[in-house]
Design a protein around this ligand. Structure first.
Ligand code: SF4
Length: 317
């Protein structure tokens, strides 16, 4: 049986082996995490502005106004846009020649610890079965890090994601019989969104994954919510599915925060990979209105830029 002592990641051990450049990388990533907790991505802000402009229902307009006031105050007071700053996840697309690949896992863990203290972020990591909060936003398998190695490249792209409780709740994957077809996938997504979507603070960004197994579909769904709002799947039929689901979920009439309104989603993104002849796996996950995802790119000399947060200059704000 694991004791609390055995499973807590020791703060003093994280980052001990990092050199000066790696520590500088920790400072940048920690600042970026803080920044993304305080300021939403450019595309999310633009979409919320567009949705507010096209809304006609009085209560929905009041909710949008509150959201924008929330965002203004978050920046003024340097506080996260939502108290639930989630469990940190990283999706790393790293060139095989990136000089710091070997220490990147340590860098990311140290960045989470630093961002947790500096921002501050709420302690959200609870060890399962032992059922205690680690108190520093790290734990067994947290931060979650998913790697993609890009042969021959020397840069590194890091997607950051704060997986909040409410917006993680609707997530589910299943494996359908291919004979059930894509209509069954649509029913699965609609059932899930109409049952749990309200828990996720609409308007939502809905990610749908299609693939061979439950875990590949789930991962595709996550990649879908990392994709920019307004982007479309390259496959014409998948793009049609995105449009159809978006219209269908909007027609449910959640509106912002589920208080009613013309639109319920910021978008529906589908990411698909090939399937087994005998399976059609589908998964859904959602991002909430406070969709804290970021994208940061380092070159081999650790020059960096954000592709999601144009105001990020290395500081929290
Ligand atoms: S769903 Fe999003 S906005 Fe709502 S409480 Fe959770 S993290 Fe915050």
């Amino acid at each position: 049986m694991c004791s609390a002592k055995e499973t807590v990641i020791s703060e003093k051990d994280i980052g001990m082996d990092l050199n000066g450049k790696e520590s500088a990388m920790v400072d940048v990533i920690a600042s970026f995490i803080s920044h993304t907790s305080i300021r939403l991505p450019d595309d999310v802000i633009a979409k919320l502005e567009e949705m507010r402009a096209s809304e006609t229902e009085e209560r929905a307009l009041q909710i949008y106004d509150l959201m924008f006031e929330n965002m203004r105050l978050a920046q003024e007071l340097k506080r996260p846009t939502c108290q639930d700053t989630g469990v940190l996840q990283f999706f790393v697309r790293c060139g095989s020649n990136f000089p710091y690949m070997g220490s990147l896992e340590e860098v990311l863990k140290a960045s989470v610890l630093k961002a947790t203290k500096d921002t501050p972020l709420r302690y959200n990591v609870v060890e399962t079965f032992s059922e205690y909060n680690t108190g520093n936003n790290t734990g067994s398998g947290v931060p979650f890090i998913m790697w993609e190695i890009l042969p021959g490249r020397d840069d590194c792209e890091i997607y950051t994601y704060m997986a909040g409780g409410g917006c993680s709740l609707p997530g589910q994957s299943t494996v359908l019989m291919p004979s059930e077809g894509y209509p069954a996938a649509v029913k699965f997504v609609m059932d899930r969104i109409t049952t749990y979507g309200l828990n996720a603070c609409p308007p939502l960004l809905v990610g749908v994954g299609i693939g061979a197994t439950s875990e590949t579909a789930a991962l595709n769904a996550k990649h879908a919510v990392l994709r920019p709002i307004g982007s479309h799947n390259e496959n014409e039929r998948a793009a049609e599915l995105e449009k159809m689901l978006e219209e269908s979920i909007n027609a449910v009439g959640f509106g912002p925060q589920g208080m009613g309104g013309k639109r319920s989603v910021m978008g529906v993104n589908v990411v698909n990979t090939a399937r087994h002849p005998a399976t059609l796996a589908v998964a859904v996950t959602v991002g909430c209105w406070s969709h804290r995802r970021g994208r940061l790119v380092f070159d081999k000399d650790l020059n960096y830029r954000s592709l999601t947060h144009s105001k990020f200059d290395g500081g929290a704000l």
